[in-house]
Ligand binder design. Sequence first.
Ligand code: CA
Length: 223
Amino acid sequence: MRILIVEDDERVAAPLAAYLHQAGYTTVRAADGASALEALGPDTEAVLLDLGLPDMDGLDVCRRIRGLSDVPIIVATARSHVDERIRGLHAGADDFLVKPYDVRELVARIEAVTRRTRGRLDDGEALPGVTVDGVHIDVRARSVTADGAPVELTPKEFDILAVLARYPGVVVPRDRIIREVWGTDWSGFSRSLEVHVGSIRRKLDRQSLVATVRGVGYRLTGG
Ligand code: CA
């Protein structure tokens, strides 16, 4: 897999590229926004984008990459700029990491977002069923089992779980879930979403399956 690393700090970029190379990835490096846009090609399979770049606003770079390509984008932001992660997701990023992050976590996120993007490309054909932590979600049959036993979810609860199941391991912003489940951008459904998620956790008897990512949304995660 060919990964474009957009990072101006050589002390971060060099060990990162070395680690990814060892893990079997091909990497291309860009130290600013302009060279990132230049380096982006049809063979780029994922982009790791530092938001603090010397020449351009990282969020602009994110938007411009998204305007050119469906490639999965993971944004990296400093802990002091943690709100940028939300703006990053709005700018078309698929996931975010807060610096300093563990490279193993980065690899896990890359795997998750590329899986998700493949799902997005296949669309209707994608993911008839997903199993996480003993819970099987059959999207076509609209049925859920936990350790083999059927679980009765309300239609809304199922819809929420199905949205998360489409992107296992990836944070799905709250407004995206609301848009897909309720068909509106109205944030007033936020509280209702929270209540449904609480109910899903109770019925599946798994508190951590649907993890809350504070200030952003939810992530389906295996324990
Ligand atoms: Ca930087």
